[in-house]
Each structure stands twice: as structure tokens, then as C-alpha cells.
Design a protein around this ligand. Sequence first.
Ligand code: ARG
Length: 434
Amino acid sequence: MSEPIWKKGGQGEGPGAAVMRFLAGEDVVLDRQLIRFDIRASQAHVNGLARIGLLSADEAEVLVAGLAKIDEQLVSGERVLDERFEDGHSALETWLTEQLGPLGGKVHTGRSRNDQVAVALRLYMKDRLAALRAVCTEVAKVLLQRAKAEGELPMPGYTHLQRAMPMSVGLWQAGHAEAFIDNAELAALTHRWLDASPLGTASGFGVNLPLAREAVAEELDFARLVVNPQYAQNSRGKVELQALGALAAATMDVRRLAWDLSLFTTSEFDFVRLPDGWCTGSSLMPNKRNPDVVELLRAAHGVVAGARVELESVLSLPSGYQRDLQATKPPLLRAFESGLQALALVPDLIGAIEWNETAMRAAISPDMFATDLSVDLAREGVPFREAYREVGMRLKDITADDVVASLENRVSPGACGALSLDLLAERLSAIEEI
Ligand code: ARG
């Protein structure tokens, strides 16, 4: 292992290898996902130091270029962040010092790994929330497109998983679309809520330097500052939990959509066929065609929900930095990685759904028009409760003919008509403005 950056003269041996491994945990490997954000923030910090005269313009230029070079080497694979280092922050300073000599050590003037990790995490979350918002928008778009094209296909509607009233494919599609519009908005609002720079708060007490915090935040494209240095640390984990909340809203809706599809693809329902590209087979039963993708999409929420519980459990802490906060990283990174991977498949999956109109029509039994018939009577002035009882008494008399005659006009104008699709499309484009 390379020397820890905090190693100073006149000290004893310090922790042995086993303790150092325990302290690092999987941290250094996880830092591979954060280090490029750390580099960006380090470059802005260096420029900030030049602004207040703590670095000359030449020194700042050399440091910024040195950081850029490390970034390139990481991308090309020429440099790897591995267990030789305590964490990504130490690796950066060590590499910079190897490259530039003692000048490399100037990068850490006026900062601590505590604000360094906090700023890298906020940049990471902003990036992931932007991706979340984009994929939710895409899911909603594909659903609305399909609803527009084929939304009037009749479909039986269920409550309690029992046949209830006729509805349409468009009603189902637009229902899921609205969910993902909400999710895109939540991602955007959460992005805005955590769009604050903690850089310059150092260990949680500030430092005795007139750091150009606003200019640095602006260079990093933050909307504002985390003003208070204690809160910069106290908000760690709390912010992550909200980011995971936005992700969880989306994966929860993926779970419901996947649940519907797994029901609809059964022989018993048979409303949906998924093309071969979305199905697998059984190693034993030659007859099987399994919707594994849909099932694993349903399971994706479990990882995110578990991560939230794990993260929340770590946050019973006093004020200021505690090393426990390092334990908030694994659930955050794990959940975003697997949640976004699942979500990325959803637009194409929705595009691939093949509806079985015959099966859906056949599943709309005449009694499902009982509510409509009661409402018809109520329109004529019969008190609804009486109409309800009257129709209820002659459920058996409702015929298939009634159904076919009323199906077309029942499904199209009200439930999924152009108006509601337009309203949703409008809201979707309004979110794109946030
Ligand atoms: N890996 C650490 C974390 O995530 C970085 C900050 C270390 N700071 C410290 N004072 N030991 O919290």
C-alpha cells in the first residue's frame, strides 16, 4: 500500500495492513465511480486558490493540466485506482505529487477529504439524477406514443384482480406514462434541491482563508452553496437518501408495470406477447417461454429499497464528520447502478409489447357493463342507488350484444381520449423546462 497522505513524522507505526484494509473496505473501488468528479472539483478548487493568490497562475495551470492528464489516463486504463491507495482522494494527491513534485501537495491547501468527498458525491448525484430524469421522460414518451397509436384497443379493467369495468389499452399506457412524468419531475426537483456546493467547508469548520467559494461553485455548475460547514457534513447521507427516494419512486413504478406484464403474458390472461428477445427458456422444460426480464425488472426495486434502509440505518450520528459516513457510499452507488440499468431497458420493452386484441375482447364479459347501464339509468333521472339495485338484479340479462354495441363508444372518448393524452404530453414538455 502507498503511504497514507496523513502520515507524518514522529508517529508510531500506525494501523497495520488488516486494519487499513478494514478502514478502506470497498471504498477505494467505489471511488472509481467518483474520481472523475473529484478531479473536476479539484481543478475548480485549484482555480479558486489562484483567484485568492494562494497559487500563481502558472502553478494553477500546471496543476489543472496535471489533473486533466490523470483523468485521461484513468479513462484510457493506463492508470487504475486500486487497493494500493486508501481512497481516491489520496490517490489523486499521490499521483499529482509523483507527476509534479512538491507542487502536487499544494492541491490540498484549504480543503479536507471531508468536503472533497461531499462535493464529489453531490456532483455524482446530480449526474445520476439527470440520467434518471432522462430515462423517466423517455419511458413516458414511449407510453404516450403507443397510447396515441393504439390506445383505443379495448381491455378488461380489474380491481382486486377481479373483472370490474371495460377500459382500454390507452388507459393502462397513459396511467403508467403519468407515473413516469411524476418520476421525471421528482428527479428534476431532487436535482435542484441538492444542487449546492459543499466545497470550501473543509473538515466541517471552514478554514482560515478567504476561499472563493461562490466562484468555485459556479465553475462546477452548482446553483448555490451549502453555506454552513457543519451542515455540509451533517447533510451527507440525508441528501443521498432523497436521491435514492427519487430513484425508488421510478423503480417502484417499474415494479408495478412489470407485475402487470408478468400477469398479462400468462396463458390465463394472454393479453400480451413479448418477442423472443425478451424471453428465456427453461433448462429442463422444453415447453417454457419465460418473461425473466420482466421479473428481474420487478426485482430491481428491492435493491433500491434495501439501499435506502441500509443508508438510513447508518445516519444515527452526532454533528460533524464521522467515518460512518463512508458507509453511505456503497448503498448509494449500488442502487443507482442497478436501478438505472433496469430503467434503461424499459422504453424498448414497452415498444416491444404485442397486444392480443382477441383475448382482451373475449375477457370483457357482459356483466362488466353493469356500471355503465346503471349510469345510463341515472342519466335518465333514476336515483343512482335504485339504478344500481335494478341492474344488480338482472346482471345475467346483460348480453354479449349489449357489450359489443357499447364497447367501441365506451372505450374511446372518455377514458383515454385525445384530451387526456394531450394534457399528459403538455406536462411532460413542461418538465423538460425545469
Ligand atoms: N472515504 C471517506 C468517506 O467517504 C473520505 C473522507 C475521509 N475523511 C476522514 N476524515 N477520514 O467519508
